[in-house]
Ligand binder design. Structure first.
Ligand code: FAD
Length: 375
């Protein structure tokens, strides 16, 4: 049984590890060069919050210790008001529960290395899927030396929110999709270490709630922080000069200005990313071609659950294969039936959490309500 996974990101690499355990022959096709020998794209989300949902999937294949070795536990939110004292809201009453800040690149590399080392797995970099016949199991990839064809018994699209597999299934008239773009974009900034130490408390996820917009910051193992601005899409264009950037941040994010020496350069040169929710129906075709992770159900990042949710997908698909004796024709629809309700719920919760993070957390009433909920 030959399985092709399109996309060697977080989902595809983890999925390859799981399928290899089943004794399947797996080829991972990735459009980019090997990330383990290159540098990260400027401005692409540098770190991620991985919670128990994601850790569970890693634990099942013995990768949790490797990934957690460099993780930074964040036990609560640190609220930065425009003026006044910082305010820490711990995530659990006991204070011992945390989400973990993890480098996206290191996580992807760890998963990719584990997948490539697994028996039966091969990885083809610089292979961008450009054509698909989902019924026949035929694929065409664009490579640096031209187009190449490949076949597989099963094809799984783990190629992210802008999935080419989904696009091909759409063109074949097999799936319907609805992409709700948020009228907000994101841009990353950095706060370096100061004299080798973190410039902010590394035990918290930092939030600068500003009503209709916000900034967050997560710690990195090199003692820097990566900040992400979530602003109404068009508003990034309003600041076009160094003076304008400095003046704006001095007014709205004053405590960050002395901590971010590259603020102006980061702001003026880092790209603005788009955010949206992908709804797809169905997630599979002919019992042999399927979608998984962001390719099936990308969500906005405000709950920090997109990758966690994609990792849960992998565990559930593996479980469905167990329960159906390895029948893909039965496992793919079963996987969709079990996961759809959960992924739709987290998509809604992620949108709601944006309102909570950018606005409600700044209110004393919110704090009081949360305390009452915990008692
Ligand atoms: P991707 O990570 O997008 O990987 C897809 C892979 O497929 C890539 O390697 C890509 O190069 C490859 N590919 C694409 N097209 C093709 C093609 N045609 N042929 C071959 N290969 C192809 N989630 C969390 O759990 N916690 C967080 O804190 C968090 N923070 C986030 C912050 C931001 C700003 C954003 C945007 C997202 C965040 N997420 C977070 C969501 C998380 O990044 C995604 O859910 C996760 O990356 C999905 O993994 P994936 O492998 O399905 O897709």
């Amino acid at each position: 049984m030959k399985v092709a996974i399109v996309g060697a990101g977080l989902t595809g690499s983890l999925l390859a590890c799981y399928l290899a355990r089943r004794g399947l022959t797996v080829t991972l096709y990735e459009r980019r060069p090997d990330p383990r020998v290159g540098t990260a794209d400027r401005g692409r989300s540098i770190n991620l919050a991985i919670s128990e949902r994601g850790l569970d999937a890693l634990r099942r294949i013995g990768l949790d210790a490797t990934v957690m070795a460099d993780a930074l536990p964040m036990k609560g939110r640190m609220i930065h008001p425009v003026a006044g004292a910082l305010d820490f809201h711990q995530y659990s009453v006991s204070g011992d529960r945390a989400i973990n800040s993890i480098s996206r690149g290191a996580l992807n590399n760890a998963l990719l290395t584990a997948a490539a080392a697994a028996k039966g797995v091969s990885v083809e970099f610089e292979h961008r899927l450009c054509e698909l016949d989902s019924a026949a199991g035929r694929m065409v990839f664009q490579t640096p030396s031209g187009k190449v064809s490949a076949t597989a018994d099963v094809i799984l699209g783990a190629d992210g929110a802008g999935s080419a597999v989904r696009e091909q299934l759409l063109a074949e008239g097999i799936v319907a999709e609805d992409v709700d773009f948020l009228d907000y974009g994101y841009k990353e900034l950095s706060i370096p270490a100061v004299d080798g130490e973190f410039a902010l408390d590394p035990g918290a996820l930092h939030i600068w709630p500003r009503g209709t917009s916000m900034m967050i910051a997560l710690p990195n193992p090199d003692r820097s922080f990566t900040c992400t601005l979530f602003w109404p899409a068009g508003s990034f264009d309003a600041l076009t000069t160094a003076d304008a950037v400095t003046t704006y941040f001095s007014e709205h994010y004053l405590d960050v200005v002395p901590l971010a020496p590259d603020l102006v350069d980061d702001y003026l040169h880092n790209p603005v990313g788009v955010l949206g929710t992908v709804h797809t129906l169905p997630w599979q075709a002919h019992g042999r071609t399927g979608l998984i992770g962001d390719a099936a159900h990308a969500i906005v990042p405000f709950y920090g659950q997109g990758a966690n949710c994609a990792f849960e997908d992998v565990v559930e698909l593996d479980r469905c294969l167990d329960e159906t004796g390895g029948s893909w024709a039965r496992a793919l629809p079963l996987f969709e039936a079990r996961r759809r309700e959960n992924t739709e719920a987290i998509a809604d919760m992620a949108l709601n959490n944006f309102i909570e993070m950018r606005d409600k957390v700044a209110s004393p009433l919110f704090r009081l309500t949360k305390q009452v909920e915990h008692t």
